[in-house]
Design a binder for this molecule. Structure first.
Ligand code: SAM
Length: 344
């Protein structure tokens, strides 16, 4: 795909994608569908099916290439469940051909529930994907399937994780959202799982982004509690961040074997270092998970806007990125879309 990167480094720096709070935007999360084959109790109401349209693969490619021209270095494909999306391998293959403004390969990652991963891990790797994150909210079969509401899902996800590791989609991260009263008892078992399976388990604090109204501060299992509980069974040592914008606080086990991370948007917000924007499955830019407004990039493209016009729109939109979210504050408003429809 054609790139309009300037050869002049000064000019390049002047047009980097930044917001009005001085943050440089390097990460793009792209939802390729809002359909999902799981009905996780903390995410979905239980209804399956898409609520929003999906762009064609060539349309995603055109829009993503504009972001890459403007300084995006990492693309994470998500959904909904991205492995349900027809044309995904083609999308990844084409993204793997793109180059960043510095001439490097794009960092390509994907977040999945893992249900279809066993068969797709090899083809995804061959297409050019670098890493996957698999969502898994319990290591106990019964608890897991009570959350996903899909019988047989636990075995499929574990098989998917192992296949992804065997295919070299590593380091493999496993994301677990803990909820009091659902799966909080899984914390210690997950620490052992991280070591046994040689994966990085990352606990995510539950955010008010569900379709139902489930969220309350009491249901959130905090970072402090997770660290305290794991330390009692397996002592932890803090590790330095891999990069400034890393969402997870990293911890290693004292004996040097294994790693966990904690993503604490509720109790330890990391908005100040945020380097992300999102593109929804229907081509809207979201500058924050909790944005109250969406920016219709696809609408402009469909109306015939040229690349320069679309880039100007992206730059203007990103400038307006919110300083931070307001979870837990008086007057907090949930966004109009829930996580599954935004792209987690
Ligand atoms: N279907 C894919 C998957 O399961 O990973 C990708 C989409 S899913 C919405 C992305 C991630 O968001 C999952 O790890 C999921 O657990 C997480 N998630 C969903 N709702 C959440 C919430 N309210 N708070 C925190 N994380 C949430």
């Amino acid at each position: 795909m054609a790139s309009s990167v300037s050869a002049n480094p000064l000019e390049q720096r002047a047009t980097r994608l930044t917001d009005s709070h001085g943050r440089v935007i390097r990460d793009l999360r792209v939802s390729v569908t809002d359909r999902c084959n799981y009905k996780c109790v903390y995410c979905r109401t239980g209804e399956l099916g898409a609520q929003y349209p999906e762009l064609r693969i060539d349309e995603y490619l055109r829009l993503i290439s504009l972001f890459v021209d403007m300084g995006i270095e990492k693309v994470r494909i998500t959904g909904g469940e991205p492995l349900l999306r027809k044309g995904l391998l083609e999308l990844i293959h084409e993204l793997a051909q793109m180059r960043t403004r510095d001439g490097d390969r794009l960092e390509l990652a994907l977040t999945t529930n893992g249900h279809l991963l066993e068969d797709l891990a090899g083809p995804l790797r061959d297409a050019g994907l670098h890493r996957v994150t698999v969502s898994m909210d319990a290591v106990d079969t019964e608890t897991f399937e009570r959350i996903t509401r899909v019988p047989g899902s636990f075995g499929r996800v574990v098989a998917g994780i192992r296949a992804a590791k065997a295919a070299g989609l590593t380091p493999l991260k496993v994301n677990c959202v803990l909820l009091r009263g659902f799966n909080e008892q899984e914390v210690e078992a997950f620490a052992h799982f991280a070591r046994q399976e040689d994966v990085i388990v990352r606990f995510i604090e539950f955010m008010p982004l569900e379709e139902d109204r489930l969220w309350s501060p009491e249901i959130v299992v905090s970072m402090a509690e997770i660290v305290e509980r794991i330390t009692k069974v397996l002592p932890l040592l803090p590790l330095p961040p891999n990069e400034a914008s890393e969402t997870a606080r990293r911890y290693g086990f004292e004996d040097g074997r294994g790693e966990i991370g904690i993503i604490a948007p509720v109790t330890q917000a990391f908005c100040g270092a945020c380097s992300r924007v999102r593109l929804t499955s229907d081509g809207k830019i979201r500058t924050c998970l909790f944005s109250q407004v969406e920016h219709d990039l696809y609408g402009r493209m469909r109306a015939g806007a040229g690349d320069d016009e679309l880039k100007a729109y992206i730059a203007h939109t990103v400038q307006g990125k919110e300083a931070r979210h307001h979870i837990g504050e008086p007057g907090f408003l949930k966004p109009s879309r829930s996580m599954v429809h935004i792209g987690g």
